[in-house]
Design a protein around this ligand. Structure first.
Ligand code: ADP
Length: 473
């Protein structure tokens, strides 16, 4: 019998009102895994009510106390990391190194915002004699966090930590395919002393649990990470009640390599975009734009390295069957249109990888910019290369996309690197491998969404500014 996981509401496990559960699979083997509660509007209502009941005291607590509580959640994630990695692996098939990174980052989000909340606040405004005027950062109340399956725990913590730090209570709705790590997080947080109701988790499908959550009259803010289509739908749901939301959507991010760049590191970055989480990352830089004089050489090196990546060793499976089919459909359509991969290009026919949802790491060299492969987010281990002529052409090609999440630039001319970075329409640009961390605000331009996660900006996004002015006369 598969294990059944219930919702986590007001500090305890709660069975779904409808009594139904949803299956999961291990994508590394396609074997059935645990089941999770199939939540409906009734469950959502219970969770939102619990959150609203808990939120006032949470918001009124001294910042130092809230900070201490979030540090204890970070401790609990670190202490429970083996169990968290285990449940995450069971429904994602991820590799140990990837799991370790994601769980460590999850703890780090709580640690970071526990610190930020003690040092970020309102300001006083000098209106001259006769007034004392100041601002406060106040929470919205109940925040809904709807999160995807690609980095399940990590994406949840990225939204939860700043939302809780700002004094909100949260109802999380993880992907129905990968809910168990978020449920375990909530249990660990409760055991670590987070007050009941401050963090609740309702599992279930998007239409049955996600939409009722976003539409609930008590939810005052929404954090969403996922597809453009669902983001657009949730934005209309939120618009109905004028509820603000953060949308972290897709990307088709460019990696711009000039001939004078550090080509070894640029090649490694391109290969990393294919291997890291098997390309199932919204920020994957899977459009490799290379200065024409070195394009063929760089492309050949990338192809050679990508061809040596091994399933189950260097990269994991597609996490969902739908995504596996979608990536294979992209590859089949590319072939029909006359594009041939330089390496990869389909599924594994035999060996252990054929039993799981593994896709061969794939590179298409010299793809026309109008080809769907060069324009659509594939969300798999698929990279395309394109030559560019000069700096203006590099910028134009980098911006020739509906998306604008991240970009990478490699150049030995630092001024040029920064010039190009300033002209690329994207929320984050790494020049010569510059670090992008929890401290650096993350979020999209264009169809990649709006609002900012990470950094002090996220805390501001989960708070609303109130001005209080006192007449001294
Ligand atoms: P993907 O296409 O990568 O699976 P989705 O945007 O469909 O990404 O899923 C991201 C999250 O959004 C998941 O938690 C999913 O359940 C939720 N979701 C999907 N469809 C809806 C919907 N119609 N309303 C609310 N949430 C949804």
């Amino acid at each position: 019998m598969p294990l059944r996981h219930d919702h986590w509401i007001a500090g305890k496990a709660e069975a779904p009102a409808g009594g139904a559960y949803l299956p999961t699979i291990d994508p590394a083997t396609r074997q059935p895994g645990d089941e999770v509660a199939r939540g409906t509007a009734a469950d959502v209502d219970r969770a939102v009510t619990a959150a609203a009941d808990a939120q006032t005291d949470w918001a009124r607590a001294a910042g130092a106390d809230r900070s201490e509580a979030l540090h204890r959640v970070a401790d609990a994630i670190e202490d429970g990391s083996a169990e968290l990695m285990d449940v995450e692996r069971a429904c994602t098939g991820k590799l140990p190194g990837q799991l370790r990174l994601e769980v460590d980052m999850s703890a780090a989000y709580f640690r970071y915002y526990a610190g930020v909340l003690r040092s970020v606040g309102g300001r006083t405004i000098d209106l001259g004699a006769g007034n004392h005027t100041y601002t406060r950062l106040e929470p919205y109340g109940v925040v809904a966090a709807i999160t995807p399956w690609n980095l399940p725990l990590n994406q949840a913590c990225r939204a939860l930590a700043p939302a809780l730090a700002a004094g909100n209570a949260v109802v999380a709705k993880p992907s129905e395919l990968t809910s168990t790590s978020t449920l375990l997080l909530a249990r660990l947080a409760t055991e670590a002393g987070l007050p009941d109701g401050v963090l609740n988790v309702v599992t279930g499908t998007g239409p049955e649990a996600g939409t009722p959550l976003a539409a609930h009259p008590t939810v005052r803010r929404i954090a969403f990470t996922g597809s453009v289509a669902t983001g657009r739908h949730l934005a209309t749901v939120a618009a109905d009640r004028l509820v603000p939301l953060t949308l972290e959507l897709g990307g088709k991010s460019p990696l711009v390599v000039f001939a004078d760049g550090d080509l070894d590191r640029a090649v490694a970055a391109a290969v990393g975009a294919v291997a890291f989480n098997a390309g199932q990352v919204c920020s994957a830089t899977t459009r490799l734009l290379v200065e024409a004089t070195v394009h063929d050489e760089v492309a050949a090196r990338v192809v050679d390295a990508v061809a040596r990546l091994e399933p189950g060793v260097d990269f994991g499976p597609m996490i969902t069957e739908a995504q596996y089919d979608k990536v294979l459909d992209h590859l089949a359509a590319a072939r029909v249109s006359g594009l041939a991969p330089a390496t990869g290009g389909g599924a594994y026919e035999d060996g252990p990888a054929a039993a799981g949802l593994y896709v061969r790491p794939t590179v298409f060299v010299g793809v026309p910019p109008e080809a769907p492969l060069a324009r659509e987010e594939i969300f798999g281990p698929v990279l395309v290369t394109m030559p560019f002529a000069d700096e203006p052409d590099a910028v134009a090609r980098a911006n020739d996309t509906d998306y604008g999440l991240v970009a990478g630039v490699w150049s030995g001319d630092v001024a040029r690197g920064l010039r190009v970075a300033e002209r690329i329409e994207a929320g984050q640009v790494a020049v010569n491998g510059g670090a992008l961390t929890i401290e650096t605000p993350f979020g999209g331009f264009k169809q990649s969404g709006y609002g900012r996660e990470k950094g002090i900006e996220a805390l501001h996004d989960y708070a609303q500014t109130k001005t209080i002015s006192l007449s001294l006369d």
